[in-house]
Design a protein around this ligand. Structure first.
Ligand code: NAD
Length: 493
């Protein structure tokens, strides 16, 4: 058993504040913040109204224009960002604890993945600071055509509660690398780690006031940020429902462009030529129970060829019964609670509706004992159709639906979803089948014989259809924070 990283949450100093102009701004607490693994109240978070949002955005604009961040030699920006990555690593223990106290991420995960992945993400984007200046256009020889890449000014960023540090940093870092200022609103349920990240940015040399964090609910703070006329662009990660609101706000206060990373209901197709049923069962289990299913790319729809159905499903059911609840601050905990009691109840209701509509629970949804929070045991539903709620809706919980197919065309037809197109998995040892699926699946990401991202930041992520617009990660994420000015010059005056 690992013991070295267990900690006492009561001893963690929470940065329960906004971070504006390089300083913590403590306000009167308005929003209760709870620890999901035991439901305990941690504090009341202050809420930024329209005035504070206005101050934070205008300050970011002034600093972006006057500090030299956008106009310095771009390698200098890269150097500051690399220093920031070092500071994240130097402060990894504190960041991991701040992430674990209020999110669904066990300390073993935040220490082993979330924090180091954030630091490496900063390094990845730092490398782009001096590499995307624009291009020279092909013109007639007595003209010079230039396409200049320029920052927008201030990016308004809004982040979700699942993976708060990683999701928040995917918004902020490419925006800064491209020369912008940023105002970020984290989720009101997971507000702390990003404040510490912003403090470290200033320590690394990011000008104070360029990257500000405003706390509050979506209805008040998020809406004020999305509608602020000085934000040149919005970048959002969250549900499809809220994404539509963000798009409306961008239209009404601009128009201005949006990057939207939204929900998913991702399929995993398993063909009967797979060689190692045990390995695929492990992979499928991880894909729908990781973070208790609270992952945008959760592989929540299994679509399996009839001949391999019984053997595979039996192994998944067997493995799904081995997950145990535990306090997130304990080194040995691996399985996550649901973020709130309200969210757990909504997952339970959706499963009940599905069963009432004819689905059979091969593994019924239940509560796991052993900790006080809302820990749900994995659930596996069969006899479902595309109309079953658990197939149609993103439940954001540990629920797997199982559908069976006879041929490739049926598999692809079942995989296609009326709303979402975030990710898809294909498991087969036939290269032709894999490639036909890759070509035909309507999804922003397709994984073949694996499920989940690698540590290659260069591969962008983003959805098709109701799963979003634009990309996080990759060169595309930096380009999304740049706008292009066309210049045409004649040689004679
Ligand atoms: P959510 O849409 O409820 O909230 C996301 C953020 O938007 C929060 O900060 C919230 O306060 C804010 N918000 C809510 N209403 C707002 C409004 N009217 N105006 C402005 N801001 C508003 O989502 P959530 O429950 O925090 O996160 C889970 C969702 O995020 C899931 O649907 C998941 O699939 C999605 N997600 C997508 C990706 C991706 O890369 N595609 C990654 C992570 C999460």
């Amino acid at each position: 058993m690992m013991t070295g990283i267990t900690f006492d949450p009561a001893l963690v100093a929470l940065p329960n504040a906004h971070f504006v102009g390089g300083k913590l701004l403590k306000g009167e607490g308005a929003i209760p913040v709870h620890a999901p693994s035991n439901g305990r109240l941690l504090c009341h978070l202050p809420e930024a109204g329209a005035d504070l949002v206005d101050y934070a955005v205008c300050l970011a604009r002034d600093v972006q224009m006057r500090s030299g961040w956008a106009t310095c030699a771009p390698r200098e920006r890269g150097r500051v960002l690399r220093r920031w990555a070092e500071l994240v690593e130097d402060n990894a223990v504190e960041l991991a604890r701040l992430e674990t106290v209020c999110s669904t991420r066990p300390i073993a995960e935040t220490t082993g993945w979330d924090v180091p992945f954030t630091a490496e993400g900063i390094r990845f984007f730092a490398e782009y600071a001096d590499k995307l200046g624009g291009e020279v256009a092909a013109t007639q020889s007595d003209l010079l055509g230039l396409v200049l890449a320029e920052p927008y000014g201030v990016i308004g960023a809004i982040a979700p509660w699942n993976f708060p540090l990683v999701m928040g940093s995917w918004k902020v870092i490419p925006a800064l690398a491209a020369g912008n200022g940023v105002v970020l609103k984290p989720s009101e349920m997971t507000p702390f780690s990003i404040v510490r990240l912003a403090e470290l940015a200033v320590e690394a040399g990011v000008p104070a006031g360029l990257f500000n964090v405003v706390q509050g609910t979506g209805r008040i703070t998020g809406d004020a940020l999305a509608r602020h006329p000085v934000c040149g662009k919005l970048t959002f990660t969250g549900s499809t429902r809220t994404g539509i609101e963000i798009m409306k706000a961008a239209a009404e206060s601009g128009p201005k462009p949006v990057t939207l990373e939204l929900g998913g209901k991702s399929p995993q197709i398993v063909f009967d030529d797979i060689r190692n049923v045990d390995a695929i069962a492990d992979r499928i289990l991880r894909a729908f129970t990781g973070n208790a299913g609270q992952v945008c790319v959760s592989g929540s729809r299994l679509i399996v060829q009839r001949a391999v159905h019984d053997a595979l499903v039996e192994k998944i059911v067997e493995r799904a019964q081995g997950l145990v609840a535990g306090a997130l601050e304990k080194a040995e905990t691996r399985y996550s609670p649901i973020i709130s009691e309200r969210q757990a109840t909504s997952i339970e209701l959706a499963v009940q509706d599905s069963v009432q509509a004819g689905a059979s629970a091969l593994l019924p949804l239940g509560r796991l004992n052993g900790s006080e929070g809302a820990f749900l045991s994995p659930c596996i539903l069969t006899n479902v159709t595309p109309q079953t709620r658990a197939v149609k809706d993103e439940l954001f919980g540990p629920v797997l639906t199982v559908q069976t197919f006879d041929d490739e065309a049926e598999a692809l037809s079942l995989a296609s979803h009326a709303t979402y197109g975030l990710a898809a998995g294909v498991h087969t040892s036939d290269l032709g089948r894999a490639m036909r699926a890759v070509r035909n699946l309507k999804a922003g990401t397709v994984w073949v014989n694996r499920y989940g991202r690698s540590s290659d930041f260069v591969i962008p992520t983003g959805g098709y259809g109701g799963s979003g617009i634009g990309k996080d990660l990759g060169r595309q994420a930096v380009e999304a924070n740049l706008r292009y000015k066309s210049v045409l010059m004649a040689f004679e005056g």
